[in-house]
Design a protein around this ligand. Structure first.
Ligand code: PAF
Length: 294
């Protein structure tokens, strides 16, 4: 595995790799969720690149940028073991030169839900991912469904800016009790961890009840009761998976999104409302893939 520290050296190393080239962008602290993205990228491409960069632009002033888990040595070993050909791991100064001032605003989609709770977060994500795509020029980029609004924002940005890359969204990897894997799960106390599966159960119950009942307000009110203390709801909603506009009736496709607070830690998760044809609007969305635009 070759490691590049600057956009220029990453680009020349990436250009030398056989195509197709899959990119797995990460902020490190790798877990089985990341490994599933790396495995899929390895299966589907002649070459695999990964990035490791804890992006300050996507953290608010009161968020956990400083204490975000960092485990460089163990991450590098896992990238190696996963068969990554090129690791792009720039410093903050390399990524953002003095006087850096560009920010990508994806519009209303980036202001709702996670965007409302974390102001500027999606501008930071879109900006860094645009830079990563510019440096690596991958054929495909691999993202996890757990950060589903991030995948919608990035699809929108990639489509709007005509960036020639295919977005591949991979299913959320969960603990046996349903908790979605996340680097932030490490922050949970024993009591918070014990209550955490009730969050996923509540989302599942919204999806199942919405299919039967079709009244979003009613099923959400019922499911809110299922969350166990000390977890506290931030939001629970049924939305259109592409626009994140609320869905009030059983028109499909639909996605249940939620966020809860566990002390200072936020957990997010989502589940798809099943479609009669078995199609999945997140993992295999119609039309929005940028691949056709290359
Ligand atoms: O999902 C993440 O880990 C980050 O938001 C990403 C896509 C690597 C951009 O920093």
């Amino acid at each position: 595995m070759r490691t590049a520290k600057t956009p220029g050296s990453a680009r020349s190393a990436a250009r030398a790799l056989p195509r197709p080239l899959g990119l797995v962008p990460t902020m490190g602290a790798l877990h089985a969720g990341h490994r599933s993205l790396l495995e899929r990228a390895r299966r589907e491409n002649a070459s695999v690149a990964a990035s490791l960069f804890v992006n300050p632009l996507q953290f608010g002033p009161s968020e956990d940028f400083e204490r975000y888990p960092r485990s460089f040595e163990s991450d590098v070993a896992q990238f190696e073991a996963a068969g990554v050909d090129l690791l792009y791991a720039p410093s903050v100064d390399e990524m953002y030169q003095p006087n850096f001032s560009t920010s990508i605003d994806v519009g209303a989609l980036a202001k709702a839900f996670e965007g409302a709770a974390r102001r500027g977060h999606f501008a930071g994500v879109a900006t860094v991912v645009a830079k990563l795509l510019g440096a690596i020029e991958p054929t495909r980029v691999y993202l996890g469904q757990k950060d589903v609004q991030q995948t919608a924002v990035l699809r929108r940005m990639i489509g709007d800016l005509d960036i020639p890359v295919e977005v591949v969204v991979c299913p959320t990897v969960r603990e046996p009790d349903g908790l979605a894997l996340s680097s932030r799960n490490a922050y949970l106390s024993a009591a918070q961890r014990a209550a955490a599966p009730s969050f996923h159960r509540a989302l599942e119950s919204v999806a199942a009840a919405f299919e039967r009942d079709g009244d979003a307000d009613h099923v959400i009110a019922t499911a809110r009761e299922l969350l166990e203390s000390p977890l506290v709801w931030e939001y629970l909603a049924i939305v259109d998976p592409a626009t994140f506009e609320p869905r009030k009736d059983v028109r499909r496709p639909a996605l249940v999104v939620g966020a809860v607070r566990a002390g200072a830690t936020r957990l997010i998760d989502n589940v798809v409302v099943a479609r009669p044809d078995g199609g999945d609007p997140i993992l295999t969305p119609p039309l929005l893939q940028a691949a056709g635009r290359t």
